[in-house]
Write a protein that binds this ligand. Structure first.
Ligand SMILES: [Zn+2]
Ligand SMILES: [Zn+2]
Length: 135
């Protein structure tokens, strides 16, 4: 499916073609830190199917547990994480689903690094809920 999106301040925009069956959650501690939250949701787009339309992301290269160097692209103005990819000659861009306008249709199908998942993530339904700002 075709998606489009961008960062919070509007500096970075993109379009992409993705397979909604490939949406995944990552519970690794790097994703927890880099997203600033409990887990990250991403969908891969092949090199030829991901197009930056505006702005230039800043790149932070992290070294994964495997030793792989991964480029973390984010907006230099507002800090929104946009995608991760191989640090050199990337063939796949793992788009951060929260930046896509179609995020509600991009339902995760798989979870990785569950060994470091917060143990409450499977229990969200039991928490008190508010339609808007919690009181
Ligand atoms: Zn921005
Ligand atoms: Zn991760």
């Amino acid at each position: 499916m075709k998606i489009d999106g961008g960062c919070h301040c509007g500096n970075i925009t993109y379009t992409a073609e993705v397979d909604p069956d490939k949406v995944g959650i990552c519970h690794c501690t790097d994703c927890q830190t880099l997203s600033g939250t409990a887990f990250r949701v991403s969908v891969p787009a092949a090199k030829g199917a991901f197009h930056l339309r505006g702005g230039a992301p800043k790149i932070y290269v992290k070294t994964a547990e495997s030793g792989a160097k991964r480029a973390q692209a984010f907006c230099p103005e507002c800090g929104t994480p946009i995608y991760a990819a191989a640090a050199s000659d990337p063939q796949v861009f793992n788009i951060r689903v929260g930046t896509a306008n179609q995020r509600a249709e991009l339902r995760p199908k798989v979870q990785g690094w569950c060994r470091s998942a917060c143990d409450w993530v499977n229990d969200l339904q039991s928490m008190k809920q508010f339609a808007k700002q919690r009181s």
